[in-house]
Design a protein around this ligand. Structure first.
Ligand code: TYD
Length: 138
């Protein structure tokens, strides 16, 4: 493990509009997210001890936001790994292309929302860690 975030990966503080009624985060256009949003998906009701991900994307950019609960994201650029706790509903983690990522430690109430800059495309996935390492190190 390392302390450095890999290229294309960083934490983003989203703007929270709060008042005595509670909190609200709005994500609009490219003002909050560093890419145009083409897709939103979210994982929830994750099984205890489940580990998700285990892939990298060739070109996709994503922003993962734990809108409820918490989980851990491991990021791997082929040279080192960093483990990032995701536990604040107004702090998202960008995941750039060619980053192997694994998600674990899901709290039972975790809802992990992911914004992406392209439609789902299985051809963009690298699901073999060996293939990922070979590509990442070239
Ligand atoms: P999968 O890639 O295994 O999820 P994770 O990376 O969280 O482990 O995706 C699970 C299933 O959902 C798989 O059949 C592909 C499908 N899927 C879509 O249809 N659209 C999407 O946007 C995503 C992310 C997955």
């Amino acid at each position: 493990m390392t302390n450095a975030f890999p290229s294309g990966c960083h934490l983003i503080q989203l703007c929270v509009k709060g008042d005595e009624r509670g909190q609200l985060v709005a994500i609009e256009g490219t003002s909050e997210v560093p890419f145009a949003i083409a897709r939103v998906y979210y994982v929830f009701a994750t099984a205890p001890d489940a580990i998700r991900g285990f892939h990298a994307h060739r070109a996709l950019n994503q922003l993962a936001v734990p809108v409820a609960g918490s989980c851990t994201m491991v990021l791997d650029d082929g040279r080192g790994r960093i483990s990032v706790p995701l536990d604040k509903p107004a702090v998202g983690l960008t995941i750039g292309p060619m980053i192997w990522h694994e998600m674990s430690d899901f709290s039972s109430d975790c809802v992990l929302m992911v914004l992406a800059n392209a439609a789902y495309d299985e051809g963009d996935y690298i699901r073999s860690y060996g293939e990922f390492l070979a590509l990442a190190r070239t």
